[in-house]
Design a protein. Structure first.
Length: 206
């Protein structure tokens, strides 16, 4: 039987599809589930669950963390993704970094991509801050490119033209740099989130 060209396609921005191991016993199954661990349909965002005999058996000397991660025999990755109609997976965000607003789950990386597309922006970090009615306000920290200038109002207008209104940053603060992890130099989101609320109070609100 011939194989479809679709099976060999690559899609921009996709993580791809689960690969088949040469040994049939080393399969990998992938599910996307909601908070109730019900499978979500194509196009909807869900947490990635993995099942494979090649996965780890647990965390070293941490039975509680192992039990939490391996519920029901599936490894709960803590990552959100969506799957398209062709079976390709697209990373959305870390579960702990999802922003909840107006009953919607908002990926911080989606807003960061829009901000980072602005010609004056070198990088950004978008975080939730608890607000009234048990929702989150959206705050953005922005690092500008050398010599570049812009304002919070301009960045909010930039986002308004590219995002739904409920995804717009409530406030923007400019920084010289964002905290990074060592040794890889990735953005340290946990460190950004741990900044005292008072440190965020001098943002420029829209």
């Amino acid at each position: 039987m011939g194989t479809s060209n679709l099976a060999n396609m690559r899609k921009r921005g996709s993580m791809g599809k689960p690969a088949r191991h040469p040994a049939p016993a080393l399969y990998t199954r992938v599910r996307l589930v909601d908070d109730g661990e019900r499978d979500v349909p194509a196009g909807q965002v869900g947490e990635i669950l993995l099942h494979s005999p090649a996965l780890m058996v647990g965390y070293y000397r941490d039975p509680e963390r192992t039990a939490e991660a391996m519920r029901g025999g599936w490894f709960h990755t803590g990552d959100y993704a969506r799957q398209d109609e062709d079976g390709f997976f697209f990373f959305v965000d870390r579960k702990k970094d999802i922003i909840r607003r107006r009953g919607e789950n908002i990926a911080s990386v989606e807003i960061e991509r829009v901000l980072n597309d602005h010609p004056a922006v070198a990088e950004s970090a978008v975080i939730p801050v608890p607000a009234a009615l048990s929702e989150d306000d959206i705050h953005a920290y922005v690092v500008l490119r050398p010599g570049a200038q812009t304002t919070a109002e301009e960045l909010q207008a930039w986002c308004a033209a590219r995002l739904a209104r409920f995804k717009m940053p409530h406030s923007v603060r400019f920084r010289d740099a964002l905290p990074k992890t060592r040794p890889n130099g990735w953005k340290n989101t946990s460190c950004v989130r741990s900044m005292p609320v008072a440190c965020r109070s001098d943002t420029i609100t829209g």
